[in-house]
Design a protein around this ligand. Structure first.
Ligand code: KMH
Ligand code: ZN
Length: 274
């Protein structure tokens, strides 16, 4: 099978104080994405930061990052509309005005570590409709069983176009714990034809990424999900994590998906069709 690898170089929470290799400026983010692409990633999950490293939904910064990435490589850009816990939902939702080919859609509100992640139902439905109408592929981030049900309701309301693409997020405090049991429960409940990957936060990153690949899922890798390669071993950027996901996939007999194949898998038009 072909495995889609997503590089997630920055995320909403960590700073350079946590890992000095964390990219936060547009040029650093674009460089990290390009390195991830060269290591095998077909998709780049992008969080924006301001000049103080704070998560931002600033459209000008978003445009700069998207242009910088496009100059370097043809990877599929997946803009995070999750952005960061302190950025209001309405500002985050506006990022789809940048017309990335993909963007995240977080279906529910939840506790998130010591903070809260607010995704009000009406706003989520509107964002889903806007993404559908603009041909932006949502990556549905589900942190609990009820989040999957919420996505299926959006699908039933005609707001999501198949194939649905899920990220099963494990290990956020406030969502499902990072266990193989929870992952299996979620995989069993996915609708037929769903495209999916594991997002394993923290210590269980390697094991759950491997289990996800063995179960037929795709993989995400990068400093957004873990700052470490192993116990006490800081990852020197996202590339070693992408390389590890590629190695795991290949050991399982999978091929690594190109960007063109990723477009086909997700039902996205090729650049010539746009
Ligand atoms: N780091 C993820 C678990 C998003 O990008 O839309 C949460 C997140 C959401 O970053
Ligand atoms: Zn994210």
């Amino acid at each position: 099978m072909n495995v889609l690898i997503t590089v997630a170089p920055t995320g909403p929470i960590a700073t350079k104080a946590d890992n000095p290799y964390l990219p936060t400026t547009p040029a650093e983010i674009a460089d990290a994405v390009e390195a991830g692409y060269r290591a095998g990633a077909a998709i780049a999950h992008i969080h924006l930061r301001d000049e103080h490293q704070r998560p931002t939904a600033d459209l000008a910064i978003g445009r700069t990052v998207m242009d910088a990435v496009a100059e370097r490589c043809p990877i599929l850009i997946q803009m995070s509309t999750g952005v960061g816990l302190n950025v209001p939902f309405e500002d985050r939702a506006r990022l789809i005005e940048l017309a990335p080919p993909m963007a995240t859609l977080n279906p529910c509100s939840m506790s998130f570590g010591s903070g809260q992640f607010l995704n009000p139902p009406e706003g989520v439905a509107r964002l889903a409709a806007e993404m559908r109408d603009s041909g932006i592929k949502p990556e549905l981030e589900i942190y609990d069983t009820g989040h999957l049900d919420a996505c299926l309701r959006l699908r039933d309301a005609g707001l999501l176009v198949e194939p649905l693409q899920f990220s099963i997020v494990l290990g956020v405090q406030g969502g499902m714990a990072a266990t193989a049991d929870n992952l299996l429960t979620m995989v069993r409940r996915l609708p037929d034809g769903a495209v999916w990957q594991v997002i394993a936060i923290g210590r269980a990153n390697r094991e759950l990424t491997a289990i996800g690949l063995a179960l037929g899922g795709n993989a995400r890798a990068g400093l957004e999900d873990t700052l470490y390669l192993g116990k006490g071993e800081l990852a020197q950027g996202s590339t070693p994590l992408v390389e590890r996901a590629v190695r795991l996939a290949r050991e399982l007999g999978h091929q690594i998906s190109t960007v063109d194949l990723a477009r086909q898998t997700l039902g996205l038009p090729t650049p010539a069709e746009i």
